[in-house]
Design a protein around this ligand. Sequence first.
Ligand code: FE
Length: 343
Amino acid sequence: MKNLLKTMSFVLIGILAAESIFANEVNLYTSRHYDTDDALYEDFTNETGIKVNIISGKGKALMQRIRSEGRNSLADIFITVDAANLWKLQKDNFFQSISSNKIQKSVPANLRGPNNEWVALAKRSRVIFYDSKKISKKQIRKLSYEDLADPKWKGKIVIRSSNNIYNQSLVASLIANHGVEETEKWAKGFVANFARKPQGNDRAQIIAIANGEAEIAIANSYYIGLMLSGKKGLEQKKAAQKVSLHFPSQAGRGTHINISGAGILKNAPNSLNATKLLEFLLSNKAQKHIINNTYEYPVVPVVRPNEIMSQFGKNFKEDQTSVSEYGKFNPEAVRLMDRVGWK
Ligand code: FE
């Protein structure tokens, strides 16, 4: 009897150990704050049988968590917004190179880490929102980011603060295209044109245009989609309806592009499942789901943007600068913005 119990308990321990080694799951740390993403992960589980364990939080907090957990981290995938955030973990060697032909085929090289440490899951552009009652189509048509330093826009521009990563990446892209000296000259003129001390998030800048507090706002493209969809309430929907969108160009290269993206951690316990999940998120079906809920642009070219977004222009020219440049020039951009007094 004793021996039988002993044997049974060995078998049980064996089964439990095998379970934990072959557990069919993937651990996802994500700073994307969309409830609708959950439905997507359920879809993945139904298709593959792989369970998705989600830990969500603010990007900075999750990055700190990944750093402090170090080799003991159970994180397989980190999803966040802005290439500069992904670059920060990549620089400190937290990611492995993603080896999937499928992924490399679907995501253009300028939207991936230098050695495939991370990949884009969706795109966004950082654009100009303006008041078409005050600025004519003819005036706006050729307006570039560079033009916004012209004193003729004095007191007419709103944008959020310099501690925001989207702005840091925009300035980093200008540094990549023009160098530090020229970008600093530009930034001085640009800051001198602010209508107010930087405050609020991107949507607050769009609302400022609707309220007549300024003529030009810079914000990410998808926010107008969210506002027009009604998901942010009737008041914001009405505000968004008063505002027009212009895709500015930079150095003649096109409109500034940034990403939502993901990397697979170096110590990922389930890296095969992690690759499968990223492949799934880049499938046509998942891409459609993402863009119809977040109003970002698809990474996969056969998927078309949501109609709310395509009404603003179907084929605007995208700056093809590698988004990994935003990380590389981030420290330089932060110092530059500080020097020119961008609060
Ligand atoms: Fe955002």
